[in-house]
Design a protein around this ligand. Structure first.
Ligand code: FES
Length: 120
């Protein structure tokens, strides 16, 4: 049986018929992998809180609204979440530092999505 194979932050995952076609990449990353840094609000591609960076092979990376992307459509993708960019323990990415130091976030809830929208 063919399985959908992809990587999240360099770690390989695969899904098959055990995963419903309406499970989004957002829910898979948060609930199955446990990476809660990716946030959500609207679940209809309106707010950007759920943005992740994806890349296929040697093509340039691009941003996706993970709330609109079925995880079963992720075959071959290399997906990057906010946890890969940086955190308190390993240090912050320049985008995270700049956003914080230049007062680019308000409550901070959507900041991971903002950073991932700018990340390449
Ligand atoms: S949750 Fe708002 S764009 Fe995905």
């Amino acid at each position: 049986m063919n399985r959908v194979q992809f990587k999240v932050n360099g770690v390989p995952y695969s899904v098959g018929c055990e995963v419903s076609s309406d499970v989004t990449l957002l829910d898979y990353v948060r609930d199955e992998i446990g990476l809660k840094g990716t946030k959500y609000m609207c679940r209809e591609a309106g707010c950007g809180a759920c943005v992740l960076s994806v890349r296929r092979g040697d093509t340039p990376s691009y941003s996706v609204n993970s709330c609109m992307m079925p995880v079963v459509s992720c075959h071959g993708l290399e997906i990057t979440t906010i946890e890969e960019l940086g955190d308190r323990k390993k240090g912050y990415h320049a985008l995270q530092t700049t956003l914080a130091e230049d007062h680019g976030s308000q409550c901070g809830y959507c900041s991971p999505g903002l950073v991932m929208s700018m990340y390449r």
